[in-house]
Design a protein around this ligand. Structure first.
Ligand SMILES: *Cc1c(COP(=O)(O)O)cnc(C)c1O
Length: 477
């Protein structure tokens, strides 16, 4: 299996070759040359598999340059009941991603029982083990540099902590994250994890990361890499739970289902699109946004109009506060019949701060064949959904999952079982839960008292020279 770029101008690469990199040299994103197809006998056999065995079945179709025994070992040590038992006390950790049925035909797929209580753990934990494997084979090391406003940074740190050959330098806005989020990240004492609290906003931290990454000589000399959501390893790991959710919600492979996905960077739902391209019987993919509705606008009007960060609203589902969806290019590549020239034309406009519109083109008809639906959810909707689900089913959901449930219930086709992807646990977003329900969310036992643990963090001004000096010193140590 080789991977090519969505912009059509980069040499084909293998899974391991793109694992540690980011964008393709032509500025595009990597995708498989062809999507592997899952046959009906395979689907029938996969229905009975454990999560780890299913993950191996799916991922061995993509990671063809990793010896099967090695891949199997990496996956077995990633998807264990010990790693994915941090969430709800009544969850079946053996299932890894258990399906919770709210009423006949309406389900929640629990993806947030990993170490940081968000679905990002599902992929990031695998990435940590894949990175460690690849680096040890190449006798190499990697310094991961990133900026976070919450979920991504903690998921990356919990995945990379203690890993040989890897250091993490994670920038966060000083004093801007919740007490819980700070405790989650800053309480890590592993010597390979470096939290840097920047005196500034998230955008300042992000700009510093960009400045270091644009210094190509520094980047190469210090082996700087990233783990952002365009990483193909992350997308491929997310394909697995669409299969898992489908099998759990159906009795036979003749049935179809709908998935509802709280979306920001289009990473999660992109994996659903790929699962369907492989032959999984998904009748409908429902994309939910919050007030930052750039993706809902595309699926309802055909216009993709990314907004600037100054036009991004800070909402109560903050992990979806995104106005430029970094993975969206992957879907558009398929939409335009894998025409890299067309993608280059569209993203030429996007990268220059503009937009594109497919409404009055043949691509609009093509889009209808992918069976997407979309909708948006507001702060008011979010509170109402959290309250409604709690009162009706006795289940507390987080604000992001609530956005997905709200839009999923509105957009689902009748008679399709609806699987709502749970992207985080309510314990991470205490304030909004209190606003909706007048009470605090349950805190998983594993995280009791996390705010009281000693914290370790470097406070720094938004000064790129200081950041470089800090990294240089740690790498030399
Ligand atoms: C990252 C995240 C999302 C958005 O997922 P994308 O892959 O960026 O679309 C939604 N909810 C939560 C809780 C997240 O952490």
């Amino acid at each position: 299996m080789k991977y090519l770029s969505t912009r059509g101008n980069a040499p084909a690469k293998t899974f391991t070759e793109i694992l540690l990199g980011g964008l393709a040299p032509d500025g595009g994103l990597y995708l498989p040359e062809q999507y592997p197809q899952v046959t009906r006998p395979e689907l029938d056999a996969w229905r009975k598999l454990s999560y780890a065995d299913l993950a191996f079945a799916v991922l061995s179709k993509f990671a063809t340059d990793i010896p099967a025994a090695d891949l199997k070992a990496i996956i077995s040590k990633t998807y264990t009941a010990e790693v994915y038992n941090k969430g709800r006390a009544d969850s079946d950790a053996e299932q890894i991603t258990p399906l919770r049925t709210l009423e006949p035909g309406v389900h929640i797929l629990e993806l947030s029982n990993g170490p940081t209580l968000a679905f990002k753990d599902m992929a990031m934990q695998l990435l940590g083990n894949l990175f460690e494997y690849a680096l040890s084979k190449q006798h190499d090391e990697l310094n991961i540099l990133g900026a976070t406003s919450g979920d991504t940074g903690s998921a990356a740190e919990y995945a990379m902590r203690g890993k040989r050959g890897i250091r993490v330098f994670m920038l966060s806005p000083n004093g801007k994250m919740s007490v819980f989020q700070r405790a989650q990240m800053y309480s890590l004492q592993d010597p390979n994890i470096h939290n840097i609290a920047i005196n500034g906003m998230f955008d300042d931290a992000q700009d510093m990361v960009k400045a270091v990454s644009n210094d190509h000589a520094y980047k190469a000399a210090h082996k700087i890499g990233t783990v952002n959501s365009i990483n193909w390893g992350r997308v491929s790991a997310q394909i697995v739970y669409y299969f898992k959710g489908y099998f759990a919600a159906t009795k036979s492979n003749d049935e179809q289902v709908a998935f509802s996905v709280p979306s920001g960077n289009f990473g999660n739902i992109c994996a659903g699109h790929i699962a369907r391209m492989m032959g999984l019987p998904i009748g409908q993919l429902i994309l939910a946004t919050n007030e930052n509705d750039v993706l809902d606008e595309f699926f309802s009007t055909g216009a993709y109009r990314p907004r600037g960060t100054d036009h991004t609203y800070a909402t109560s589902s903050p992990s979806m506060d995104i106005s430029k969806a970094s993975n969206f290019e992957r879907f558009v590549f398929d939409l335009v019949g894998r025409d890299g020239t067309k993608v280059r034309e569209f993203w030429g406009k996007v990268d220059a701060g503009g937009s594109f519109d497919i409404r009055h083109t043949p691509y609009w008809d093509a889009l209808q064949k992918f069976h997407f639906a979309s909708g948006k959810s507001s702060h008011y909707d979010r509170l109402k959904t959290i309250r409604g689900v709690y009162e009706e089913y006795g289940v507390m959901v987080d604000p992001h999952t609530a956005d997905g449930i709200k839009v999923g219930m509105e957009q689902r086709r009748p008679n399709l079982p609806l699987i709502c992807l749970e992207t985080a646990l309510p314990a991470k977003f205490e304030e909004t839960i209190v606003e909706a329900l007048g009470r605090k969310p349950e805190r998983p036992a594993a995280l009791d008292g996390i705010e009281d643990l000693p914290q370790r963090c470097e406070v720094m001004d938004a000064d790129v020279a200081k950041l470089k000096a800090f990294i240089t010193a740690k790498v030399a140590a």
